[in-house]
Design a protein around this ligand. Sequence first.
Ligand SMILES: Nc1nc2c(ncn2[C@@H]2O[C@H](COP(=O)(O)OP(=O)(O)O)[C@@H](O)[C@H]2O)c(=O)[nH]1
Ligand SMILES: [Mg+2]
Length: 364
Amino acid sequence: MGIPEKIKRIKEEMRRTQINKATERHLGVLKARLARLKRMQEEQASKRAGGNAGYSVKKGGDATVVLLGLPSVGKSTLLNHLTGSNSKVAAYNFTTLTVIPGILNHKGARVQVLDIPGIIKGASEGKGLGKRVLSAARSADLLLVMLDVFNPDSREILLDEVRAIGIRPDEAMPRVNVKKRSSGGVTVTDLAGVTHVDEEGVKQVLRGYGQPNAHVTIRQDITYDQLIDVLMKNRVYVPTLTVVNKIDMVDQSYLADLKESLRFEFLPISADNDVNLDRLKDQIFRKLDFIRVYMKPKGEEPDYDEPMIIRNGDTVEDVADKVHRRLKEELRYTRIWGRSVRFGGQKVRLTHPPMDEDIITFYS
Ligand SMILES: Nc1nc2c(ncn2[C@@H]2O[C@H](COP(=O)(O)OP(=O)(O)O)[C@@H](O)[C@H]2O)c(=O)[nH]1
Ligand SMILES: [Mg+2]
């Protein structure tokens, strides 16, 4: 039996299986088998295509925001108004045929904003411009979900499409560690407080995925879906911001009703009329969790005029790479003054995460 046939059979069995407490484990195992087969299929396809199938977008700026919205919600308009770039705007679908980048300058940060062609339901399965274009979203540090004021329910469609290509919007990476080994079967520790999976289920899911020997440490309550995400390894965990566009077309009471009825937070905007775009820039900046560090050349004053913008959690190594790609090779040590160290001028390792307004000197 070939892979497509096996996939079909598993999907049929999943459809036949009712979802309830008693079948959770069985469904988990089916999903694990399916995940393994799909991975094998993708590996074969990418070999045939000669490697990387999908857009690879060069990282530019201090972070990347990807606009996610159905055709005609106003993505190109917003990109143009935020960044002054020239993404073609038109009143019909599919005007954006490739990924269009623009740079948003805000509070010293340079944010790359990508306008990707209108996503439609089924894009992740290759419908419309499909998977290749959607894959640009995997490079995002933030997904800007854009809805039309007359069609605000499309949020779940969009999120489902990006979930299907391995993006986990607004989820944190599960605190689960799977350590492969050569024998000994599957062992599981730290199941205290875990309610959605059990030891036998974890074992079966790992076997179903083709990993019969491993030690699994579970540090939070996870589902089988999350366990499979951990096994797949290629998941990306990305925060989202949601905007509702074209509010110039509705009145205040319509907006108030929307706020009542929608179960998610959103910022109402009008891209075309520049309504709330400054607030949007602030929210993007905050959501990306930027911090500023000042570079101090050896024996000189810190450069307070041009802070380097990094993300909260970035390390000294990230800073070094940003200064110069090859700085690390010659680097002997690094000193930091500021909130992330106990005393000023403390020597720190490459793995040290600076804090906002730290001062850094590299010694080479
Ligand atoms: N009324 C109104 N129309 C808008 C707004 N933003 C975009 N549009 C219009 O919506 C249509 C589609 O916009 P476009 O940016 O091409 O959408 P895209 O397909 O998501 O890139 C165009 O006719 C825009 O002029 C807005 O804030 N208000
Ligand atoms: Mg467009």
